[in-house]
Design a protein around this ligand. Sequence first.
Ligand code: SF4
Length: 375
Amino acid sequence: MTIRSIEKLDQVKIHFKKAVFQHRLLHWYQSNKRSLPWREDWLKQKNPYHIWLSEIMLQQTVIKAVIPVYHRFLETLPSLKDLADANEQQVRELVRGLGYYRRFSFLHKAAKQLTEVKPLEWPKTAKEWQKLPGVGPYTAAAVASIAFNDPAAVLDGNVERVLCRLLDIHLPPNLPQLKKPLQLIVDELIDERHPGDFNQGIMELGQRVCTPTQPQCSSCPVSNCCAAFANNTQANAPQPKIKTKKIDVTMNLLIVKDSDHTLLFQRPISAKFLKESWGFVTATSNTQQFSGDGFTLTDSLLSKAEKIGAFKHNITNHKISASVWLLGRKHIMESKLAPHKAKKVRDQYVEKSLIANLDRKAWHIYSRNAHRLGI
Ligand code: SF4
């Protein structure tokens, strides 16, 4: 039955033999799965740390970007204990470039929490994993199923699309009302004997076969279970995603110089963007008033600064138009602008100290113009 409205969602049900679907999916996965470093590590060492780390890195990030960072991270912090003993700045430096840095602060906090209990007791079920900082339902199900055989089914964007096609649901996959029925379906479908392979198999099917456009139905292992394939409605199931509206943000970034040193400030936990990261003084505005955390960037202060460039940058659903300003240290001390933790960094080490792409873009503007700037 084709589902075209929210009202019909309570009629969604599996119309094929569950055992056939599981068998075909698992067989396909076993013969076609990609060789990925965390999969290889798991096979060799059976260490849940590897699975957990990879799942955190893969949030909102493509596999290609994650692989080199995953290797770099484990070379420096090969065990959970090493991660717990590291300082937060070191952790952030290791994941430079991946974005969404809060997830790694949570990972770090959770590692500390886990290693406080001796001997180490890993959470075993998705429910237990969700009690750790920064672990949501998806990550909990993925780690618990792969590392501990917990039959917890994952529901990510790929799985949502596959299910919409199997059941011929013509609704946007990110429709909030769709989450629960799809979770119930995949909970029912999961192979309880091989939950980790089932979860990885259905996600990989969505990534490589049942792709958003032009799904490869002729080579799909579960085409005989697929209602959209039978009805030739793959293009309608699911419907295009509901787009989240982008929010325009105007931002000033202030680079504070002290001869051949630069002052970096740690953004407070209450900062709107890039909480707790080290960077430049940041003030945002959707009106004419630019305010940061605990200060207001006044016209009088900006009149002492020199505008050295501008750039565009996106953070989640925010479209940021940033202006970069250069200011001598004496002005910032005079105005008591800096309520944040600050550190003075020699210019040649600034690039290495910056983790967020937003700050790095601002620093590149400064570096390109440094030869002509008087401060
Ligand atoms: S048959 Fe086609 S549409 Fe159906 S699950 Fe397979 S790839 Fe997706």
